[in-house]
Design a protein around this ligand. Structure first.
Ligand SMILES: *Cc1c(COP(=O)(O)O)cnc(C)c1O
Length: 414
């Protein structure tokens, strides 16, 4: 957006540094203090009564009203600061909730809206914990999951139209580890045409918040494992849910109060310090990944590189171009020599370390078939393209020439 259109609107990288924190509430400190108190002293008995009325849903907070804090399982200043400062990073978000893990964000958001008898359509592959949550936990409680292959627009439309009592469409895009992309706008449109439109929730961990903006594409909730790019240093477990719908977020927050899975003050403070650099880090990670993915695409020991700029399917390329601004820091390499070659590569890398997880400033590589996806059947793995030779890499911010050299040298030993 140009300055002439919105003179007052700050861009995300600026806004994240200028909102949500009032130094005068922290003895003038330039950065937020950590408020480790478990409970808060009320300004008056009337203010306490008012805070409980609002919390209990018996009264509505007025826009300008400042409500007394009560107890840190419900809310605390560091969560408030984090939830305010993260908003500009997710275009169109009006409210956020911080959780003590990505799984907590996903679980709490789903349990806020589903009831026994409801159904959830979800794309596969999906994060293993999410799949177990739906199949192994929600199904016995009477909430049925309907799995559809990611990227298959028509099949997803058909599932949305054919599933009775559909409450949620949960999409993870791109999918791990083959980067298959699902068209968010298309799913939103199909849902909006239903008599009772289900909520569209996007697990935006892989390309957000820098390169993919689900709320701006019409989704209802954007979900994150903040453990990954938001946290960025592989030293924190956290999660965030964001939405345009303030009343939905209040419902999610009230379930969070009940479950007790708010992100604690120290972790909120730590995550808050990482927000202003998430664009810098992700841009560097994406540039590194793209240079190396494209340099290795023709390597004789590599059968195929899974990366958005190297997609072979025109429909996947279309979704990538319309939905994402950059390809991101995750690359999967399919080695011609199978499992042995993949293990040799992992054993011989000197800069990249063999670990699961992603999004940190350091480069990590893993073998999905024997680790993150080891619970899958051989048939499902083969169908999803998760072969014996597949290695997934999360590129960090090291110098890309050093990284490329590390991979070329390790490939020589395969
Ligand atoms: C890691 C991850 C999760 C789970 O997040 P935690 O912070 O480990 O609970 C969910 N979705 C995706 C895509 C992830 O990568």
């Amino acid at each position: 957006m140009s300055d002439s259109q919105h003179p007052a609107a700050l861009r995300p990288e600026t806004d994240v540094l200028t909102r949500g924190f009032d130094p005068s509430l922290s003895v003038g400190s330039a950065r937020p203090a950590v408020f480790r108190s478990s409970t808060y002293v009320f300004s008056s008995p009337e203010a306490a009564e008012r805070a409980f009325d609002i919390m209990g849903g018996r009264a509505e907070r007025t826009p300008e009203e400042s409500v007394d804090l009560v107890y840190s399982r419900f809310n605390h200043p560091n969560a408030q600061i984090l939830e305010e400062q993260i908003l500009p990073l997710e275009p169109e978000a009006q409210a956020a909730a911080a959780f003590n893990s990505g799984m907590a964000a996903i679980m709490t958001t789903l349990l806020t809206v589903v009831r026994p008898g409801d159904r959830i359509v979800y794309t596969v592959p999906i994060y293993g914990g999410t799949q177990t949550l739906i199949q192994g936990f929600l199904e016995p409680f009477g909430v049925q999951g309907v799995a559809v292959a990611g990227g298959q627009g028509e099949a997803i439309d058909a599932a949305i139209r054919a599933t009775p009592n559909l409450r949620v469409v949960l999409i993870e895009t791109p999918a791990n580890p083959t980067m298959v992309m699902t068209d968010i706008r298309r799913a939103v449109k199909t849902c909006a045409a239903m008599a009772e439109p289900p909520l569209v929730m996007i697990d935006n961990t892989f390309l957000g918040p820098a390169f993919q903006h689900p709320l701006a594409l019409g989704a209802d909730v954007s979900l994150y494992s903040a453990t990954k790019y938001l946290g960025g240093f592989s030293d924190i477990i956290g999660g965030v849910a964001l939405s345009k719908d303030i009343s939905l977020m209040n419902k999610i927050r009230s379930k969070r109060s009940l479950f007790g899975n708010i992100l604690p003050p120290d972790e909120c403070w730590l995550l808050d310090t990482r927000l202003p650099t998430v664009h810098l880090r992700m841009n560097r990670q994406s540039k590194n990944a793209q240079r190396i993915a494209e340099a290795l695409a023709k390597h004789p020991k590599i059968r195929r590189v899974y990366y958005p700029t190297l997609f072979e399917d025109p429909e996947q390329t279309r979704i990538y171009r319309e939905q994402c601004t950059y390809p991101g820091g995750l690359v999967s390499l399919d080695l011609a020599g199978g499992k042995r070659a993949a293990f040799d590569l992992l054993r011989n890398l000197q800069i990249a370390r063999n670990a699961v997880s992603l999004g940190g400033v350091e480069t990590l590589a893993c073998h999905p078939r024997s680790t993150t996806h080891s619970a899958w059947s051989a048939k499902d793995l083969d169908e999803a393209g998760i072969g014996e030779g597949l290695v997934r890499i999360s590129f960090g911010i090291e110098n890309w020439r050093d990284l490329l050299h590390d991979f070329e040298r390790a490939l020589d030993k395969v």
